[in-house]
Every structure is written in C-alpha cells, then in structure tokens.
Ligand binder design. Structure first.
Ligand SMILES: C[S@@+](CC[C@H](N)C(=O)[O-])C[C@H]1O[C@@H](n2cnc3c(N)ncnc32)[C@H](O)[C@@H]1O
Length: 242
C-alpha cells in the first residue's frame, strides 16, 4: 500500500516521541525558538504548525496565552493530551485562510512547518493579517544548505523545488516531501507579505547535548540544518513607503 508523504496523522505518536528528546528538536530548534521569542509574558501567541505542542507548552509556561493550529488531527490530539484546556487548538491548514480576526496576535511562531509549503505567499499574508502592527513572526525552517547534504544530485541552489526522502523516527520509516528554496526567496517572501526582517539566526545547539549525542553534536555544530528568522509586521500605515 502506498503511504502518503508527510502523513503526520499516520505517524503522530512516533514523531512526537522522537521530537521530545531529539538533538535537533529538544537541544537545538526549540531552545533557539524560545531564545528568539524572549519574554512573552502576557503575549497572545499563535503557534502555527504546533504539532504535539512542545513549543506551545513552553510558551504557556512563560506566561503567554497560546493558540495552536495544525493540519493533523492526530498531532493536535497529542497536543490536547499535553496541554489540557490551557491552549486553544484548532485544525487549520496553513494554505487556507486563517479563522482569526485581523490583528489578533502579538507573535506568531512557525516552527519547522513552512518547508511543507510550496507557496509561502498566501500563508505569510494571512499570518501578517492576524498579527498586530509591529508583531513578530518567529520562524524556523529547514536550512537551504541541508539539500547539499541529503540530496543527490545537488540541486540548483537558486531554484525552489520539492524533494523527497525517507525519515526514520522511533523505529518507523515514512516518506517525506519538503520544499527547499534559496535564502533570497525566503526574505523576498517575507518582504512581499509586509514583514521587515529583524533577525536571521544560525545558533549553536545547547552545550548540554554534547555528551548525550557526541557525534551528531559535532556535525550539527558545523552543519546547521535549521535556519531561524524573526520578522516584524510592518504597520499598514507604513506599508506604502516600505
Ligand atoms: C516537523 S513538525 C513540527 C511540529 C512543531 N512545530 C514542533 O516543532 O514540535 C511539522 C508540523 O507541521 C504540520 N503541518 C504540515 N503541513 C501543514 C500545513 N499545510 N498546515 C498546517 N500544519 C501543517 C504537521 O502536521 C506537523 O505537526
């Protein structure tokens, strides 16, 4: 039987188990997102592509009022189990219009989700719409250089294209398809949607992981597989001059 790529409903438990303690998620991507997000006490935050909710939980524990959305019913069921009723959760595909009013959120976190989307334009426009003026979109996305480590033959760096591979986590091997794009395509997409670039980050993993994952830690320290952005929603009154 053919298995659909990116079928998070089919491997939710396995993915969530891996994500909980893995080098990349627990000791690299999540701490980096939290460091970039900073003090969020009292902030209304949308966690877009929240998965099983580890980032939402950490943001809630820091005093934020969090809403989580994801296209996978099963991932959201795991998030509900983790978060109880503290966090509003809703099945939403980020390729569709968002079910929120204009200027609802102080921040949006989009953690490891945008590389599932071919066209960032409509999604970023919606994220911009639901952010308050000056609000922040904090993004982690697969680093464009990673294709040179796992894709054969090497792709045209300047092209935006999809590529497929198999992922094994927690003993389950599943087909995945990601969209990769060059750095300028990302920054252009942010600008076109009305965001101003505030920060690009290529952080180091948490040093606490060195002993836990000695070989992978060295590799991740020199070959970052995630790229981070903080971009700010330009107030509508300034968009014309931007
Ligand atoms: C790699 S996981 C990351 C989950 C979570 N952000 C984290 O870091 O733990 C990607 C998540 O994006 C969700 N996703 C993929 N495509 C999506 C889409 N078009 N709309 C909404 N969510 C999507 C998946 O269901 C999955 O939960």
């Amino acid at each position: 039987m053919d298995v659909r790529p990116n079928d998070y409903d089919g491997f939710a438990e396995a993915y969530a188990a891996e994500n909980e303690n893995s080098l990349v998620n627990a000791y690299y991507e999540r701490p980096a997102m939290l460091a970039l997000t900073g003090d969020v006490a009292g902030h209304h935050i949308l966690d877009a592509g929240c998965g099983s909710g580890p980032l939402a939980a950490a943001l809630r524990d820091r005093g934020a009022v969090v809403t989580g959305i994801d296209s996978s019913v099963e991932m959201l069921a795991l998030a509900r189990r983790r978060l109880g009723e503290d966090v509003a959760l809703q099945v939403v595909d980020l390729r569709d219009p968002l079910p929120f009013g204009d200027e609802t959120f102080d921040d949006v976190a989009a953690s490891l989700v945008l590389h599932y989307l071919e066209d960032w334009g409509p999604t970023l426009a919606e994220l911009r719409r639901v952010l308050k003026p000056g609000g922040r979109l904090i993004v982690s996305v697969e680093h464009p250089v990673i294709a040179y480590i796992i894709q054969e033959p090497w792709p045209n760096y300047l092209a935006t294209n999809s590529y497929s591979f198999h992922w094994t986590f927690d003993g389950q091997t599943v087909p995945m398809t990601f969209w990769r794009r060059p750095l300028h395509a990302m920054t252009d997409a942010f600008a076109s949607a009305g965001f101003r670039l505030s920060r690009i980050s290529e952080p180091q993993p948490d040093p606490a992981a060195r002993e836990l994952f000695p070989n992978d830690f060295e590799a991740l320290s020199t070959q970052p597989n995630v790229l981070f952005f903080v971009v700010e929603a330009v107030p509508p009154s300034l968009l014309a001059t931007f």
